[in-house]
Design a protein around this ligand. Structure first.
Ligand SMILES: *Cc1c(COP(=O)(O)O)cnc(C)c1O
Length: 389
């Protein structure tokens, strides 16, 4: 193939929805990414929390290629083994009843919203259909998902939206009471607001939401698209708060790099959707499911414990660095509040010095692959520290 100017072609021929960093990624192994010129970078992004096992993990590549050589797709008109196996694993490990497979996080939230409205519709008629989400949340980019997203910056230019959404201040019990009325059918939230700046929700708040949902027979939806699949040191972050949502959505980390997401449904809502109510051509694709199967199988108790330990290790080191004011998040989902410097500028400078990292609002956000080694962590943190000095 003829050589092309990648950046030029991208800038001229691809719709400019992404403000890309100046790096053309070419290959990767574990927590190291290599650019087109052969320069190496420590990866504290995991493709925004997607590459749970890092770049091109051996077991994952083997599982995916094995499936790829056998059957790549048949559509959801037929049964396939990988999809059935992922569903078995996810339900067994969460105690939730059934799963719907999508291809992304936004689509996972889309089906959650539809199921919540239909649950209420079936039981109470058309009138009770309001959904409360949180200010500063992020639920994706489809029209329903941005409606759920409680940030005006994502809304402007795209009106009108779905009706009957209300937005409650995170961790504000009084505002929760004001938002939830007799017309509300569901409450939807992230356990840690990822794009919103790695903002942890409080246990009291989460437990009150659950209690309210039980009392008023509303559907409790937890969006674990970023926090789920081992990222916070448990399979799902909600497990650490003594709560049991009715619907849990997931995506990013589950496929290990392949596009797959979904919603897990508890007993209350697992039979709300039936034939013809919802669907997607690619959902639960066998190759993506083979990747998910490898990710879930590898994520045993010892693996998850290590994620939590690595997270604590990183937080401790970060807190001792210059300009660092505080750290937030859980496990290997970490927000770093800094003073005297712009997070965006720090991330750009770190990239130049060989570290890939992210921002979330005014914070630096770190989402390394869950398999990152302590040596790689130290190397990455050293680069960040030098930039912060
Ligand atoms: C990334 C994200 C989404 C959207 O996922 P896509 O796969 O980009 O559609 C939804 N919710 C949360 C919490 C996310 O972090």
């Amino acid at each position: 193939m003829k050589k092309i100017d990648i950046k030029k072609a991208d800038q001229e021929k691809i719709v400019g929805t992404y403000a890309r960093y100046d790096l053309v990624a070419d290959s990767g192994k574990g927590a190291v990414c290599v650019d087109e010129k052969g320069k190496e970078y420590i990866d504290f992004t995991a493709g925004i929390g997607v590459n749970s096992l890092g770049f091109c993990d051996e077991g994952w590549v083997k599982a995916v290629t094995k499936q790829l050589k056998k059957l790549q797709h048949v559509s959801n008109l037929f049964y396939t083994e990988p999809q059935a196996r992922v569903a078995e694993l996810l339900t067994a490990r969460t105690g939730l009843s059934k799963v719907f497979f999508s291809n992304s996080g936004a689509e996972a939230n889309e089906v959650a919203i539809k199921a919540a409205r239909k649950y209420s519709n079936n039981k109470y008629g058309n009138d009770i259909n309001w959904i409360t989400t949180l200010e500063n949340s992020f639920h994706g980019r489809t029209m329903a998902a941005i409606t759920a997203t409680g940030q005006e910056s994502y809304h402007k230019d795209f009106y009108p939206f779905l009706g009957n959404f209300s937005y409650c201040k995170p961790n504000d019990l009084e505002d929760l009471q004001k938002n939830v009325t007799d017309k509300t059918c569901a409450i939807m939230l992230e356990i840690i607001q990822g794009e919103g700046g790695v903002v942890n929700l409080k246990k009291e708040f989460l437990q009150e939401v659950e209690e309210l949902c039980r009392r008023k027979d509303m559907v409790f939806i937890v969006d674990e698209v970023q926090t789920g699949i081992g990222r916070t040191g448990t399979l799902f972050a909600y497990e650490q708060f003594g709560i049991k949502p009715d619907i849990v959505t997931f995506a990013k980390g589950i496929g290990g790099g392949l596009p797959i997401g979904g919603a897990l449904f508890g007993e209350k809502v697992c039979d709300v959707l039936g034939p013809g109510n919802h669907g997607t051509t690619y959902g639960g694709n066998p190759v993506a499911c083979a990747g998910a199967l490898e990710v879930l199988t590898r994520m045993d108790e010892a693996f998850l414990k290590e994620v939590a330990e690595k997270g604590e290790y990183m937080k401790k080191k970060l807190l001792s660095m210059p300009s660092v004011v505080s750290v937030s998040g859980m496990g290997l989902m970490i927000g770093v509040e800094i003073e005297g410097k712009e997070a965006k500028a720090v991330v750009a400078a770190a990239l130049e010095n060989g570290l890939m990292s992210l921002t979330a609002k005014d914070k630096i956000r770190l989402l390394p692959p869950l398999t990152i080694t302590y040596e790689e962590i130290d190397k990455g943190l050293k680069i960040l520290e030098d930039v912060l000095k």
